[in-house]
Design a protein around this ligand. Structure first.
Ligand SMILES: [Mn+2]
Length: 326
């Protein structure tokens, strides 16, 4: 018996079949999941003689370059001249059209090619012609694995590693509550088809630079707890980043780490980035807390257990207090 997602997958396969030039899009500030799912799907489609290009609004962090074809993901402004040549756009892990970055260059209504929107954000507004949205999936990589299984294609070592890296990233190394029995079954299948878990764990957990460790040390020495709300929080200014010779991407993982404290309800990391914006990242491990509501009230979004927002502004640390200037 076919369920709704199976019907969407069959429609997607039909659209793919009749499109030769396909553009695969990762979300801005790309993470392991958007990159892994994009590369795996693209690789399979290339094997089926499709002409595939990959694009992202922001640059791909170098730590993902161990994945096959990661260096083929171009900045989106470099491929815009050719946008009319693509007969199909596939967005991976983009919780909204804005996450694609395309809205900076053209109106949604100016896009002629249909979009296949594959994602697991529960508040995804279904902006695609076809929407394969599974909010219960741990990651878009898990959904793409399901998609490839339905296509009945063989997964090689590289494709399996890309997908498992996406799952590993979005489940925070299988620690987040979004890790289901299906996630582990998918992981088992990916290991059977050659995924390199050793390389993934090394890249994700162990390869921390000196500047990252210095920055984490500074943050951990300054974390605070709001007793009323049970929130632990950290504030990182541009000056902190400069002092540790660190970049915003060195902050990845710290919001999850702050939830290590047993009686904490949620964590918040507030940081200034290089563009003069304040970025907030909420994380929780509790099922009854939905941090995406908090993030949305501040103009952001995300998942129930991992969400964030970005606001123009500055952070000032003064006498053990933090001022937010917006
Ligand atoms: Mn994801």
């Amino acid at each position: 018996m076919f369920n709704f997602i199976d019907i969407q997958i069959n429609r997607a396969l039909y659209l793919i079949k009749k499109s030769e030039n396909i553009l695969i899009i990762c979300h801005r500030k790309p993470d392991a999941d958007t990159i892994g799912s994009a590369l795996a799907l693209g690789d399979i489609l290339e094997k089926q003689n499709k002409k595939i290009k990959y694009a992202c609004q922001d640059e791909i962090p170098t730590k993902f370059f161990f994945l096959k074809n990661a260096n083929k993901i171009k900045k989106i402004d470099q491929i815009l001249d050719n946008i009319i040549n693509y007969k199909l756009l596939i967005t991976l892990d983009c919780g909204s059209f804005e996450q694609t970055g395309l809205h900076n260059f053209l109106k949604f209504s100016d896009l002629k090619a249909p979009i296949i929107n594959i994602d697991h954000h529960h508040d995804n507004p279904h902006f695609g012609r076809l929407n394969i949205i599974e909010a219960n999936a741990s990651s878009t990589s898990e959904i793409v694995h399901n998609f490839l299984v339905k296509m009945n294609v063989a997964l090689d070592k590289n494709i399996s590693t890309s997908l498992l890296n996406g799952i590993f990233g979005d489940t925070d190394s299988f620690k987040n509550p979004n890790t289901s029995h299906h996630t582990l079954k998918t992981t088992s299948d990916l290991l059977a088809s050659g995924a390199n878990l050793k390389e993934i764990t090394k890249n994700t957990l162990q390869d921390k630079s000196l500047s990252t460790l210095r920055l984490w040390g500074k943050i951990l020495s300054e974390i605070k707890k709001n007793k009323t709300f049970g929130i632990v929080y950290a504030v990182i200014t541009k000056k902190d980043l400069q002092e540790c010779n660190a970049k915003s991407e060195d902050l990845e993982g710290i919001a999850n780490f702050l939830n290590s404290i047993p009686d904490v309800k949620a964590s918040l990391v507030l940081s200034e980035n290089e563009k003069g914006e304040i970025k907030g990242s909420f994380r929780t491990l509790h099922d009854h807390i939905d941090v995406s509501k908090l993030a949305r009230s501040l103009g952001g979004g995300g998942h129930k257990k991992a969400a964030g927002f970005t606001l123009p502004g500055r952070l000032i640390k003064q006498n053990n207090e933090v001022k937010i200037i917006i």
